[in-house]
Design a protein around this ligand. Structure first.
Ligand SMILES: [Fe+2]
Length: 172
């Protein structure tokens, strides 16, 4: 019988250990199970799986799922966004690249773009977002501003309407 592998942790000197213990916070873990975070409908053809809300920095992480060929309307970012395509494919009307699983892309403050998936199976991508996203209509009028509190409300409202527990581990 083979022995189980054994790994040891290295010692890490920490001059501020007591202060960290008192005021620091641990990192989090959200499993792939919908019990940890459900898919919350986002319009008719999309859903969002919320993974992290950080109200101190107005930043948030989630997976966007566009279920079949579709569009997420033109929006301008007021913060930085980092993303990776997980399934299907996605592109922006404003750029000449197409992101497929494993492809990484960023969105910068001040830029505006229009997300499209023409993949028969749609797309899934993980987004780490900071700051507000401003959505504009076809007349160039501001429709809606999405910030960390919009995302929290999106999650909490769905949980409360469906008698699901609110996972405090999403809040860091
Ligand atoms: Fe964006």
């Amino acid at each position: 019988m083979t022995q189980p592998m054994k790994f040891d942790r290295n010692p890490v000197p920490e001059p501020y250990a007591k202060t960290i213990e008192r005021f620091g916070v641990e990192g989090g873990f959200i499993s792939a199970s919908e019990k940890d975070s459900p898919w919350v409908p986002f319009g008719d053809n999309a859903a969002i799986r919320h993974l992290t809300f950080d109200v101190r920095t107005n930043s948030y992480c989630n997976i966007l799922w566009v279920k079949s060929p579709g569009i997420i309307g033109t929006h301008k970012h007021q913060g930085a966004v980092s993303a990776m395509c997980l399934e299907g494919s996605v592109y922006y009307l404003e750029h000449d690249w197409v992101a497929r699983p494993g492809d990484f892309f960023t969105e910068a403050p001040g830029t505006a773009h229009t997300l499209v998936s023409d993949d028969p199976n749609g797309m899934k991508a993980i987004f780490w977002m900071q700051g507000a996203s401003e959505f504009y209509n076809e007349k160039g009028e501001l429709d809606q501003t999405l910030n960390v509190f919009w995302f929290i409300e999106h999650y909490v409202t769905y949980c409360e309407e469906n008698n699901l527990p609110i996972n405090q581990n999403l809040f860091i």
